[in-house]
Design a protein around this ligand. Structure first.
Ligand code: ZN
Ligand code: ZN
Length: 342
């Protein structure tokens, strides 16, 4: 089968084709696993963190991709949850131990044995993959194959981030960065918290326009303070400056939720501008989001189908994965990028 394989850590500025199209053996499903014929796979900023070495996969080569939509083609021994032909999704959580204190308390995202799809095991930039049946989700019919893919990461992690803000209807929310996750959070907020105003900080005017089109009350540059104080902010940028700037706009008792698996070091010195009275005093909080649980994915898919949330997607062929990644790096983003595999 064909796969876009990551063989080594690369700097995307020097190498615009870090992934290579290779012929690799088609996997066979093990016990309680299913074999999926992949239809689509979303492209995520996390893949840049892997390729550029901020979060290198533990073993190379590996096939990236953790927002996978496919059809069950074969079931391994004891795999009885899904029928052949069922359309299902795979997300960032590939497996967790199931027995540690985190797994037993619904926090499997924090498990020390958390294994990530497309990092610790081969993911969805390929024609087929295998996965345990307990880490697979039925995709509601209301979504096309392409629409479903970004829901599995950007959507699910946006859902987790929004829950972690503790936001209530009518309270004000800020979003720093407006990529795949930000735009899905905005759609979710408009449904769940209709009286909440959303303020978007984004560098590109195109992103700000997109935010206003989707119902943001205000969209401006990350260096501008928002016109109203914010009760919560979700940061989805890969850098530090917007995070520090957003803390100024946070109201007393407000919470900043950082939805980033790694931050780039390019502007890390901006953290020295952190001014305790302006940025942190008055019980402001900073909290990070780590991974997702299966409950996040199931909960978000249910909510997204009910609203319904239809993400804006841009389609690429499997062998165009490098172009999609470079465009994310260069912030040519509108909605979510998705590989159409078959
Ligand atoms: Zn992702
Ligand atoms: Zn565990």
């Amino acid at each position: 089968m064909k796969a876009m394989v990551m063989a080594q850590v690369r700097d995307l500025h020097e190498d615009r084709n870090p992934l290579k199209l290779r012929e690799v053996p088609k996997p066979a499903p093990g016990e309680r696993e299913v074999l999926l014929k992949i239809l689509t796979c979303g492209v995520c900023h996390t893949e840049l963190d892997e390729i550029e070495g901020r979060m290198p996969p533990p073993k190379l080569p590996v096939t990236l991709g953790h927002q996978v939509v496919g059809r069950v083609e074969e079931s391994g021994r004891g795999a009885d949850k899904f029928k052949i032909g069922d359309r299902v999704g795979v997300a960032w959580i590939f497996s967790a131990c199931g027995s540690c204190k985190f797994c037993r308390s619904g926090r499997e995202n924090l498990c020390a044995d958390f294994r990530a799809t497309g990092r610790d095991v081969d993911g969805g930039y390929a024609e087929y993959m295998t996965v345990g049946q307990d880490f697979v989700y039925a995709i509601p019919d209301v979504f096309s194959d392409a629409e479903a893919a970004p829901l599995l990461c950007a959507g699910a992690i946006g859902y987790r981030s929004l829950n972690l803000t503790g936001l209530r209807d009518g309270r004000k929310l800020g979003l720093t960065g407006f990529g795949a996750s930000g735009h899905l959070v905005l759609l979710m907020v408009r449904h769940q918290f209709p009286r909440t105003k959303v303020f978007v900080f984004a560098r590109a005017e195109k992103e700000r326009e997109f935010a206003r089109e989707l119902g943001a009350s205000w969209a401006g540059d990350p260096d501008e303070p928002s016109p109203e104080k914010l009760d919560a902010v979700i940061d989805t940028t890969p850098v530090w400056r917007p995070l520090v700037q957003a803390l100024r706009s946070l109201d007393a008792g407000g919470r900043l939720v950082v939805n980033a698996i790694r931050k780039e070091s390019v502007d890390q010195d901006y953290l020295m501008k952190l001014d305790y009275p302006a940025h942190l005093w008055l019980e402001k909080e900073i909290k990070s989001v780590a991974n997702v649980t299966r409950a996040d994915i199931v909960g978000f898919l249910r909510l997204a189908a009910e609203i319904p949330i239809k993400p804006e997607v841009e389609l690429y062929a499997l062998d165009e994965a490098n172009r999609a990644l470079v465009e994310i790096k260069e912030r040519k983003i509108r909605g979510a990028k998705v590989l159409r595999v078959s």
